[in-house]
Design a protein around this ligand. Structure first.
Ligand code: TRP
Length: 490
């Protein structure tokens, strides 16, 4: 296959940084990271997450950018080209295919959550949170989750917004969105952080986030209750049995991929527009630092508010941000204006991320099937929208529908699990093996523009031996534990 070069190259690497940061910084940072930390015990989870970003996320991200820039096409066709160039087995192109599918699955529930944020722009704007207590905020939140029609409306609005940008083409406008939004978003988070310091319980928040309790990380303590059911011990663990608990580690690993937009071709698709002369490693580290800092600031702001309001639980799940932040907005000077602005920024951050979820599939349909961008976007965006309906019904009509074939999860939880904890790490594993072991070292070195540089050798070593081994190890433990649990339940 020849490289068709259907699209141009961005004029400088700064635009790549902006677009990739726009993709990376989104609901994963502001919504998902805090609630996952809350559900998985705090500091120890944060530490494993940071570890995953450094040893797996960043090295794999460099590899993914490199694949895109070398291929210069949609992820599917870039992989085809690289497979041909290296004379490799065609199965490697599944990295591209799996990514298209994973992107649509993520988009389906991502759009639902972004819809919540959009709805909150208006709830906050109309003053509903003014002076509200934690309980009043909880009631408003519960009301929204139960309202299928309202949820569908905002899910649809967000899907359409995303499709419009994708249909126009990501080179147009996206850089501008990231350039103007990002500074404002950081500023808004800093103001919230300031509120947390003054009015919240920042000491408890910081302790929760940064004081790791490893006893909870790799193990859980269980006992049998009177009727013989196995329950997790709360508080006193003296009579409990210690069991392996791989879940927080798997979740931290999965989230490292999710928050960096890694493992499904989004970053590959953007890498395809990156100029030849720009430095992949430096660019990726910049994006990684920005993404991590934004997640940590959001976490600090949210937990300072959570710990000042006993009726909000840190382990409250997906509703955490929507239940904690309105308390701050409702009770701070100019909170109505500021809260409205904040949820607008969150929506825009989600918007610039969502675009990268359907772009790989759209780019492939346009290149290979000669579809117009509008048609390709409508087809794929429509498919994701449809799946999203099941995701939003998970909070009301289908709340108790947790069939075995969805692994006893609601559709929302299943889609999240399937993508974050399975498909993205698996995609990342294959990318690491492909670049580390299968591609010619000369090509990799010339793309990284760092031949003979000690950092290049360190990176390649990590990519070959550290990142894939860590991902594989977490998978092996998870699979072993699942099978062992199944066998002992027989
Ligand atoms: N990284 C985004 C966030 O943190 C979500 C996202 C956008 C994503 N594109 C992706 C996640 C591709 C995985 C793969 O909100």
């Amino acid at each position: 296959m020849s490289q068709q070069k259907l699209h141009g190259v961005w004029s400088n690497s700064w635009i790549f940084v902006l677009a990739a940061t726009g993709s990376a910084v989104g609901l994963g940072n502001i919504w998902k990271f805090p609630y996952m930390t809350g559900e998985n015990g705090g500091g120890a989870f944060v530490l494993v997450y940071l570890f995953c970003i450094a040893l797996i996320g960043l090295p794999v991200m460099m590899a993914e950018v490199l694949l895109g820039r070398r291929g210069r096409m949609s992820p599917v066709n870039s992989m085809k080209y690289l497979v041909e160039e290296g004379g490799l087995h065609g199965a490697w192109t599944s990295i591209g295919w799996m990514g298209v599918f994973a992107g649509l699955c993520i988009m389906s529930f991502y759009s639902v959550v972004a819809g919540w944020a959009l709805n909150y722009v208006f709830t906050t704007g109309s003053g509903s949170f003014n002076g509200a207590t934690a309980d009043q905020v909880g009631t408003i939140w519960g009301g929204l989750l139960g309202d299928k029609l309202t949820l569908t409306f905002w899910h649809t609005v967000f899907s359409v917004m995303t499709c419009v940008v994708v249909a126009l083409g990501v080179t147009r406008g996206l850089g501008a969105v990231a350039r103007y939004m990002m500074p404002f978003l950081i500023l808004a988070l800093l103001v919230l952080l300031g509120y947390g310091f003054v009015e919240g319980n920042m000491t408890a928040g910081l302790k929760f986030l940064f004081n790791p309790d490893f006893s909870k990380l790799f193990f859980k303590y269980v006992q049998s209750d009177a009727s013989g059911n196995v329950i997790v011990c709360a508080g006193d663990i003296s009579n409990c049995e210690r069991q392996l608990n791989y879940e927080p580690t798997l979740k931290a690993l999965g989230h490292a991929f999710f928050t960096l937009s890694l493992g499904m071709g989004a970053i590959m698709a953007y890498g395809a527009y990156m100029p030849d002369h720009s430095n992949v490693a430096r660019t990726v580290v910049t994006i990684g630092i920005l993404d991590t800092v934004i997640a940590l600031i959001a976490g600090m702001a949210i937990f300072a508010i959570v710990f000042a309001n006993p009726s909000v639980s840190p382990s409250g799940g997906p509703g955490l941000m929507f239940q904690s932040l309105p308390i701050a907005f409702g009770n701070m000077p100019a909170g109505q204006v500021f809260g409205t602005l904040f949820f607008m920024l969150v929506t825009v951050a989600a918007w610039s991320s969502a675009v990268s979820l359907i772009e790989p599939g759209v780019a492939w349909l346009v290149e290979s099937k000669n579809y117009s961008r509008a048609l390709a976007t409508t087809l794929l965006g429509g498919a994701a929208w449809f799946m999203g309906i099941f995701a939003l019904l998970s909070f009301n009509a289908l709340a108790d529908w947790t069939p075995v074939y969805l692994l006893n999860k609601t559709p929302f939880d299943f889609l999240d699990f399937l993508t974050s904890q399975l498909m993205l790490p698996l995609g990342g594993l294959f990318i690491a093996i492909f670049v580390g072991w299968k591609m010619s070292k000369a090509i990799v070195a010339s793309e990284m523009d760092a031949e003979g540089h000690p950092m290049f050798d360190i990176w390649l070593f990590v990519l070959k031996f550290v990142s894939p081994v860590l991902v594989a190890a977490v998978f092996v433990v998870a699979i072993y534990d699942t099978i062992a649990g199944f066998v002992s339940s027989l």
